[in-house]
Design a protein around this ligand. Structure first.
Ligand code: 13P
Ligand code: SF4
Length: 302
């Protein structure tokens, strides 16, 4: 079957299975094209909680599908690739978080959504890249534990008067975007603005005009008067930016900023998933209930 035929079959099966496809902005173009909803972590969580169809086929990394399963417990949540994890999410485990909390009694814990359900279940509130600062500001505490991304923690720390105590995790994709990569692109495209994700290194953030989640990059790109933008995040987002804004030019800060796990999902795997109704993502009820509390406390303040 060629790609067009696969895409057509996916659309048929979506109807037969009463399924909807949610996909993250880093998915490959052909997967983005069969999705019913594309978004960042926050947008996808909100959408998952509102889905009316029986089945959510989630094209993103595992913690995102898990979040959908937590927020839509009556739906069948499928991932086309159970091995698509997030290395940053795996940098903290629930027992490590429990020990860390004991070292800092009384401090609330903010967990980035890039964590496992078991870790979310141990935290006070979740955040995403688009609301981390609002979440921190909402807490009635002056010292806050923040896990697992030290770069996002550092970005928040620079914008709040509160003391942020970071876990030592990071995203290898964003951490591999260096200031020299951005400077090279700025020299090559002097008229371009620089937009970066808050998972980037502090010295990269220092060079940026805007610091945005992937969802905000998408919405701001529609309205910005800037015609050229250097994008400091995973390069898969360029496909959507360019498709939705054909008259503007988007340059990746680093072409090779690719999340290998996001790229594990292909059109053929999406088809396989719908044909065979696999691979179901399930979260243990007790973990799900506690993780859901932390996610809902976040969505209430956003
Ligand atoms: P967004 O929520 O901004 O899409 O970020 C998710 C992510 O995994 C970034 O690497
Ligand atoms: Fe995780 Fe980084 Fe991939 Fe996002 S880009 S899913 S943070 S490894």
């Amino acid at each position: 079957m060629d790609k067009q035929a696969i895409a057509a079959r996916i659309l048929e099966l979506k109807k037969d299975r009463n399924a909807t496809i949610l996909a993250h902005n880093y998915q490959i173009g052909e997967v983005q094209d069969v999705a019913d909803f594309l978004g960042d972590s926050l947008g996808l969580s909100i959408k998952a909680a509102q889905v009316e169809e029986d089945v959510i086929l989630f094209c993103g990394v595992h913690f995102m599908a898990e979040t959908a399963a937590i927020l839509a417990p009556d739906k069948t949540v499928l991932t086309p690739e159970p091995e698509a994890g997030c290395p940053m999410a795996d940098m903290i485990e629930a027992d490590e978080l429990i020990r860390w909390k004991k070292d800092y009694p009384g401090r609330p814990v903010v967990c980035y959504v890039n964590t496992t359900a078991a870790v979310k279940a141990e935290c006070d509130i979740c955040c995403t890249s688009s609301n981390a600062l609002d979440v921190v500001e909402s807490l009635d505490a002056e010292e806050i534990l923040f896990a697992p991304d030290k770069n996002l923690a550092g970005y928040v720390a620079r914008n709040t008067s509160k003391t942020i105590i970071p876990w030592d995790g990071y995203c290898y994709v964003h951490n591999n975007i260096h200031a020299r990569d951005v400077r090279e692109k700025m020299e090559r495209y002097p008229a371009a603005e620089v937009w970066v994700h808050p998972e980037c290194r502090p010295e990269v953030i220092d060079l940026a005009h805007r610091v945005l989640s992937t969802g905000k990059m998408i919405s701001e790109a529609r309205t910005t008067p800037s015609q050229e933008i250097i994008i400091g995040t995973e390069s898969g987002i360029i496909y959507r930016l360019q498709k939705e804004n054909p008259s503007k030019l988007f340059y990746p800060a680093k072409e090779l900023a690719l999340c290998a796990n996001m790229k594990k999902i292909t059109l053929r795997k999406v088809l396989h998933s719908l044909e065979n109704m696999e691979y179901e993502v399930k979260v243990a009820p007790d973990v799900s209930r506690r993780a859901r509390g932390a996610i809902e406390r976040m969505t209430q303040i956003t």
